[in-house]
Design a protein around this ligand. Structure first.
Ligand code: PLP
Length: 382
């Protein structure tokens, strides 16, 4: 019987029934850089921790299991994961990319990847004609759904159909929903990216990134690249992320419940002009989300009537922190214009809808009444 996601967050089937590690319930941190050879020309399979580390491998197996991949790679950050993946491609390759992507990924593509002679076409993948953007040298489609920060929803299965018809690799950054709510590989994607810093780690205390795939060729090449370029996650950080994952399910459910309450509260505020939360029935991506995901997540983007009000909300919150990042147990509010998306050219930002009145909330697991009380206190001053 296929185990449920909450069980998969806690138990790795293949290491069950063995009496290794003194029966420790928590998988040990193998804090070692190197390993002794049993004899000349012999190896235990562990030579050097850039290549192999039991703690990192244990975590990778858990994440691969959650996403339904054949392999996962744990990297030092989400951006290290995207960077490693981009090394899989060759000079001259073209990519069709979601334009409302995490700002750091856009910065990487526009400022680093271009020197490898990569070409990019940025599209609103929830609306625009992807097929029309495909060229003879197109190698991959790179999407996020829902997007950061505008919460646009793309149909993964539909885009995977286009990718397969043109022999392209479909890459999905699944950070916003985590494997608890969405599994892009099961919808036809070839590669899943995660910033493990966010929901997987879940405590706003550790940076990490993941690549998950079920494509053998990509898997083999990435194993070589990670050994060669060396951005693998440290043993201690691997352990912290694994500990975070143990509570992924209950955190996702509680944060989502808080998001639903806050999204509905925001809708009723006279200063709020727009609420972008796919859990709201009127959200244009609501039906697609119901089809391809098991939840709507805990990210809410909203707009207020003036920039002054947006800034006043940021400076007025106390328990809710004005900070970048998302997916942790603490509720955070951010200002994409000057934070996560500061390096995205202004005209692109505005075209995507990231106006100076746009704010983004990542709900944590506090009591909803306390979050709403805090927002009420701040909104009273506007
Ligand atoms: C944060 C984030 C990243 C980058 O991850 P880091 O761990 O900060 O390097 C990539 N994609 C999305 C959607 C993110 O939110």
């Amino acid at each position: 019987m296929e185990r449920g996601l909450n069980t998969k967050c806690l138990h790795l089937k293949e290491s069950e029934g063995k009496s290794e590690n003194y029966g420790a319930i928590s998988f040990p941190i193998y804090q070692t850089a190197t390993y002794a050879h049993p004899g000349v020309g012999e190896s235990t399979g562990y030579d050097y921790s850039r290549l192999q580390n039991p703690t990192r491998e244990h975590l990778e197996k858990i994440v691969a299991g959650l996403e339904g991949g054949t392999d996962a790679f744990a990297l030092s950050t989400g951006m290290a994961a995207v960077t490693l993946l981009m090394d899989y491609f060759k000079p001259g390759d073209h990519f069709v990319v979601e334009s409302d992507l995490y700002g750091g990924s856009i910065r990487l593509f526009n400022n680093v990847s271009l020197k490898n002679n990569y070409e990019f076409t940025f599209l609103n993948c929830s609306k625009d004609d992807i097929e029309a953007a495909i060229r003879p040298n197109t190698k991959a489609i790179y999407i996020e759904t829902p997007t950061n920060p505008m919460m646009n929803v793309s149909d993964i299965a539909k885009i995977s159909g286009i990718a397969k018809a043109h022999n392209l690799i479909l890459i999905v950054d699944n950070t916003f929903l985590s494997p608890y709510f969405q599994n892009p590989l099961s919808l036809g994607a070839d590669v899943v990216i995660h910033s493990g810093t966010k929901f997987l780690g879940g405590h706003n205390d550790t940076l990490a990134g993941f690549i998950v795939t079920n494509n053998e060729d990509i898997q083999e090449r990435l194993r070589f690249l990670i050994k060669t370029t060396g951005a693998g996650l440290s043993p201690f950080d691997s352990w912290l992320i694994e500990r975070g994952i143990k509570t992924l399910g209950i955190r996702m459910e509680k944060a989502q419940q808080n998001a639903i309450e806050i999204a509905n509260w925001l809708k009723k505020q006279p200063v709020v002009t727009d609420v972008f939360y796919p859990g709201l029935e009127e959200h244009p991506g609501h039906e697609i989300m119901k089809k391809q995901a098991r939840g709507f997540g805990s990210m809410i983007t909203f707009r207020v009537d003036t920039k002054e009000h947006a800034l006043k909300i940021l400076s007025g919150v106390k328990m809710i922190k004005y900070a970048e990042s998302l997916g942790g147990v603490e509720t955070l509010i951010t200002y994409p214009t000057t934070q996560t998306h500061a390096d995205v050219p202004e005209e692109v930002r505005l075209k995507n809808g990231i106006t100076p009145t746009t704010l983004r909330i990542s709900t944590g697991i506090e009591d909803a009444k306390d979050l709403i009380f805090e927002l009420e206190e701040v909104f009273k001053t506007l």
